[in-house]
Design a protein around this ligand. Sequence first.
Ligand code: FPP
Ligand code: ZN
Length: 419
Amino acid sequence: MDGVPTPLRCFNEYHSAEMLVDDGVETVTSVEQKKVERSIKEVVSVYKQMHSLPQPTLLREQHYQYLKKGLRHLSDAYECLDASRPWLCFWILHSLELLEEPIPTAVASDVCQFLSRCQSPTGGFSGGPGQHAHLAPTYAAVNALCIIGTEESYNIIDRKKLLDFLLSVKQPNGSFVMHVGGEVDVRSAYCAASVATLTNILTPKLFEDTATWILSCQNWEGGLSGVPGLEAHGGYTFCGTAALVILGKEHMLDLKALLRWVVSRQMRFEGGFQGRSNKLVDGCYSFWQAGLLPLLHRALFKEGESELSRQHWMFEQQALQEYILLCCQNPGGGLVDKPGKSRDFYHTCYCLSGLSIAQHFGNMDLHHEMILGEEENRLAPTHPVYNICPEKVSKALQHFHQLPLPRQPGPLAPDHLES
Ligand code: FPP
Ligand code: ZN
């Protein structure tokens, strides 16, 4: 903020008044919540004892070393992610781009070759070589290839087969299954819409009835659930809202109910976000929840909601940055869900993505960044729809828009010509 040190909440109002009061009725939930609040209080008090000048620092070098190593070597702990290997590529590459660390050419090329081995002969990408195509690793692989952003990386994607794969998982009611024979939920609509736009294979037929299906996931709470009728959750709410933004139908949501739901998920004491009502804070929701706010801000502006959209401030950007910088950094590099948890690449990616959102929110309209701490804490901005850097989105769109839409099988004409 123009070089003026920002006073930290922990030095003034980071106080017990914000902590949970259970009125003497203890439940499993209230006990867990109080435990987390106590652990955060402890972190803040240790921090106060150690630092006379309250400027939390992003441990850039430590995060960089942790990420660089992860691109070449993973510990046994990652065995359980054997069906999510393109995700590891995306989480690490995106974290590096947020830190503005270049990816060495040889590493980028090795990642491309690895991802090409994950591409299924029938289209889309799988969690690892020889596995079946699935929408989640397809999204991760396309994002990773767009972050690399070279001819080599773009040319790996077989767009014709990717479209065949997307059509094979499309359901008659507009939803998508995650893989052939798999489950339906709103993640799949987002993964499909994201890869289809980035690679320029989006046809109206592919997303026929999808917006209506996603809209039916918004419930009385204001957020969206994975499938109609369940509990609203930040992960699904982000996916549904971002997919609707891609499809140009976000105005059909109850935007004010959604806004109220998401801002209520920011924890009054912790400063970070919870995923759903009455659950615990978690660093990864710094992106899934706070990432909704730029999407909502733009949607409200388009709807002419002048009061809300002129508002630069929509959530406690500073409190979120404090939570991430004070409570989610592992001193040896990597970020975590909450104090006491182990680091991993998923939380590293989404804590950093959320930190970027909190630093740059409102920047587009007001040329105003809110960087807590030194300028060195500044991350690159992220695109709130795709969660890769905006230049990489533009570059991919530019590249793939020079290519024609793949032809679809049909008696008369490609389906995109029919509508
Ligand atoms: C609850 O876990 C988590 C979910 C029900 C799913 C979350 C979905 C995402 C994070 C979105 C994924 C996005 C893509 C693009 C695939 P939990 O019960 O362990 O956590 P909680 O207590 O915080 O709710
Ligand atoms: Zn998490």
